[in-house]
Design a protein around this ligand. Structure first.
Ligand code: B12
Length: 792
């Protein structure tokens, strides 16, 4: 059966949960399900048999975590576990006489940089091995599932597509608010995956069918690819230490029918679903004709969080990350000064840019490397989609590869060699590309001439499988001081492209005014005229007040800005000053909130000249992290940003530490104190502050780090004969581990006193878990130690 030919002709059924069935049948906590392929193959075979008997079309190999990273300590290689899993699945299918085998590929279990320490290429290599072994062993399709990070899923899709011929299905895991762990929304995930050219897109795990049904409208509004939905049997509940799923087969089937009516073509189950769930679902949904799939023909680009769509409103592409004509920027590039580049980006975002152009080309630098570094840094701090702007095809490809989304590409033109270089990259990685209407004969002087070039570009793009909707035509603004009729030709070309080709357009606006005084006057007027003639996107400086006034006024006048809401919010009650650029002296709290490491470090150094270290910590650092934490809680800021803020806070703290070390009188080491962030908790900024203060008071701190096992704390306390232990916990879920550590200490080393701290704790909690001392801040740890060791 050729699965791709079957799609849309009838509903296709995936099997349901495997891991949850293994758990119910004795898989121990911490035991790897994939190991059963070798140790209990008959059991796995029987699960597949049951699902096939229920009527499923595709079985999923028991290889979810069978990557070399997770299987490191399993006693088996990923290769042997995958080969065994595929052969079991094939046996089940062969016995059944019908069915396909999906090579199941789950996440690596590690977070990618900058969230964790796994490199994009490291994830790619792990997925590559899975894909190759799976295909060689005889899998029919690849199912990349339970992905909660668009960057990781990109590594997985590239790994499968570059190394196998398998069709690629991808399902991702969203939370109740339809967001990925890393903050991405549904359209952003779809833009990325459609750009990469996968064969099926959808949801699995995390939620039950009712919750997933609620997301179908959002998915079908943006997705032109066959849709897959594999929900859990409801939301997992913990009852007496057991994970329980509460949607029974009948309810499950009823919801799945609705999901099919909303447009899913491939359905199945995830955690908690059983052959009974699938049997019932198949009974109910089997005869239903799939809802026809509409091509949405949207022109979208994306960042890791959201999409920007061309058409509904004019798009502002910030042009400031570009060395042309900027000596300070050139110097920053030579110095690899990423903070400077980031500040340019943040300022443009604050000023209203929707997309940021990134151009780091200078003859004397390694553009290929710097482009990758810049893209990585910018996308870890700023969530706007980026425009990769380079003439070097290698820099372009490397940047597209690591870019976490569907980029805008600047640019291609009508010359054969340009199209030949750029279009294969757009086809492979996905992207919308700016197409300059010039070719081997130069820039056509007339609008009609540029229209002809645009037609040629569309025709060539089609031969590469790139639709017109992934092209934006830059009809080129020429300098009126040299050639006055140039403006009219450009404006007419905008109209022609819109009306005759139904395509979108862009312009680098400021070219128009070269050589004239007060250029902003000309630029802003030309911008308004261009918008009136259909311009879809402008590459411009969002810090230019004249340009932004023209933009917001146009949007209000044309009705794009409904009820003039945006105009009012930007200009009411204020003096229409553009946001001040994020300059060299960005305040410490702002640097932390925005996640700017170097600026935070510099700001702290500056403050230390006039402020006490503890005052800096309590009045600026901690409140800034509180702001970030609140926004995180409210879902307005996501893990990547939280992480960058934490990094910035740490950088500031480094400066404070150095100051402490310099000013502290060197004393002999005093009593030993153990510090640890408890098991399961990786928050260590607060604990590290406590450490520096205690060391400053010359205590000999044994820092056990974060995520520390209770046993290690106890053993160290006994071995090193320590009197005082300080524990830190920042999450409600890890306070139990703090309690457990204290219990063990009291049992095995009753002489040891325990002090506790961390944002979730209160005196009441501390008493409940039998801590000897609680302090809401780090300084309290010093007072307590002084008291305990009789030094007051
Ligand atoms: C920075 C941060 C992170 C960073 C941590 C980096 C690092 N190396 O520490 C990163 C991005 C990695 C992170 C990850 C996560 N985080 Co977080 N994070 C925060 C944030 C914004 C700030 C924490 C912080 O450093 N505060 C500043 C320090 C200085 O304060 P502090 O630790 O309280 O320490 C002070 C005092 O409490 C005291 N103190 C601390 N320890 C001790 C010990 C002793 C003995 C004494 C006496 C005093 C003392 O002294 C310090 C100075 O005065 C908080 C929100 C917030 N405002 O608290 C969320 C927060 C703690 N995180 C949260 C969550 C949910 C997570 C994640 C689960 C997110 C996810 N979905 O993956 C993961 C957890 C991973 C894990 N297993 O631990 C939640 C916890 C919710 C809860 N109540 O359970 C919070 C509250 C955010 C929120 N509002 O939702 N996080």
């Amino acid at each position: 059966m050729d699965i791709l030919k079957q799609l849309g002709k009838r509903i296709i059924f995936f099997e349901g949960g495997m891991g949850s069935i293994l758990q119910q049948n004795g898989l121990a906590p911490g035991e790897l399900p994939e190991v059963w392929n070798v140790e209990k193959p008959e059991f796995i075979l029987n699960v597949h048999r049951e699902y096939l008997k229920a009527g499923c079309d595709i079985v999923k190999t028991n290889t979810f975590g069978a990557n070399s990273i997770k299987m490191e300590d399993s006693g088996y290689t990923a290769k042997e576990l995958i080969e065994k899993a595929v052969s079991i699945a094939k046996q089940a299918v062969n016995e059944n006489g019908h069915g396909l085998v999906a090579m199941d590929i789950g996440p690596t279990g590690k977070l990618l940089r900058p969230l964790g320490d796994l490199e994009f290429d490291g994830a790619y290599e792990a997925f590559k091995e899975m894909a190759i072994v799976g295909e060689q062993a005889g899998a029919d399709v690849a199912l990349i599932e339970t992905m909660s990070d668009t960057h990781e899923v990109k590594a997985a899709v590239l790994a499968v597509k570059e190394n196998t011929k398998l069709p690629v299905f991808v399902t991702m895991t969203f939370d109740e608010n339809a967001k990925l762990l890393t903050g991405g929304d549904i359209p952003a995930a779809v833009a990325l995956l459609e750009g990469l050219g996968v064969d099926g897109i959808g949801f699995n795990c995390g939620l039950g069918p009712t919750q997933m049904k609620a997301f179908m409208k959002e998915l079908t509004a943006c997705c032109s690819t066959p849709i897959i939905v594999n929900p859990n049997a409801g939301l997992p509940k913990n009852i007496n230490g057991q994970t329980v799923y509460d949607v029974n087969p009948e309810e499950f089937a009823k919801e799945m029918l609705d999901i099919v009516m909303e447009g899913a073509w491939i359905i199945g189950g995830c955690c908690g679903t059983t052959p009974a769930h699938l049997a019932e679902t198949i009974k109910v949904c089997k005869g239903i004709m799939p809802v026809p799939l509409e091509q949405k023909n949207l022109t979208v680009i994306s960042s890791y969080t959201h999409t920007v769509q061309f058409g509904p409103r004019p798009i502002i592409i910030g042009e400031r990350i570009n060395p042309t004509g900027k000596s300070r920027f050139k110097q920053a590039l030579r110095d690899h000064d990423m903070d400077y580049i980031l500040k340019e980006g943040i300022t443009q975002q604050q000023n209203g840019a929707h997309v940021l152009d990134v151009n780091v080309g200078l003859p004397e630098i390694d553009e290929v490397q710097l482009m990758q570094d810049a893209i990585k840094e910018i996308q870890s701090v700023i969530d706007l989609p980026l425009q990769i702007d380079t003439t070097d095809p290698i820099a372009m490809e490397k940047a597209m590869r690591i870019y976490n989304g569907k980029p805008l590409i600047n640019s291609v033109n009508g010359k054969e060699h340009s199209m030949h270089e750029v279009f294969p990259l757009v086809k492979k990685y996905g992207g919308v590309v700016i197409a300059l209407t010039l070719d081997e004969n130069g820039i056509p002087p007339t609008a009609e001439g540029r229209l002809e070039v645009a037609k040629k570009i569309i025709a060539t793009a089609e031969t590469y499988g790139i639709p017109k909707t992934d092209l934006i035509f830059d009809v080129l603004a020429m300098t009126i001081s040299a050639e006055q009729e140039a403006a009219a030709a450009t404006l007419k070309a905008l109209q022609l492209i819109r009306d005759e080709l139904g395509a979108y357009t862009s312009l680098g606006i400021s070219n128009i005014s070269f050589g004239l005084p007060q250029r902003e006057n000309i630029n802003a007027s030309f911008f308004t005229m261009a918008l009136q003639n259909g311009l879809s996107a402008a590459i411009m400086n969002p810090g230019s007040q004249g340009m932004m006034k023209a933009y917001y006024s146009y949007c209000a006048l044309s009705g794009v800005d409904k009820q003039c809401m945006e105009y009012i919010s930007v200009y009411s009650g204020q003096t229409t000053e553009a946001t001040a650029p994020v300059g060299a002296n960005i305040p410490l709290d702002q640097a932390v909130i925005k996640g700017l490491k170097e600026s935070a470090h510099a700001a702290a150094q500056e403050l230390l000249k006039t402020m006490e270290p503890l005052e800096i910590i309590n009045k600026l650092l901690v409140p800034a992290l509180d702001v970030v934490g609140k926004e995180f809680e409210q879902g307005t800021l996501f893990l990547p940003q939280l992480l960058m803020s934490a990094e910035a806070a740490k950088a500031a703290f480094e400066a404070i530490k150095v100051h402490f070390e310099k000013s502290g009188t060197v004393q002999e080491k005093g009593e030993k104190i153990i510090l640890a962030t408890v098991k399961g908790d990786i928050h260590d900024i607060g604990k590290n502050i406590v450490k520096v203060l205690l060391e400053n008071y010359s205590y000999d701190v044994i820092d056990l780090g974060k995520d520390v096992d209770p046993g290690l704390v106890v053993d160290t306390a006994i071995e090193q004969n320590v009197q005082l232990v300080g524990l830190s916990a920042l999450m409600t879920t890890t306070v139990v581990n703090m309690e457990e550590t204290i219990r063990l200490l009291k049992e095995k080393a009753p002489h040891v006193k325990v002090m506790v701290g961390g944002a979730v704790l209160t005196q009441e909690y501390a008493d409940m878990i039998h801590a000897d001392f609680y302090s809401k801040d780090a300084m309290g740890s010093v007072y307590y130690a002084q008291r305990l060791f009789g030094k007051e």
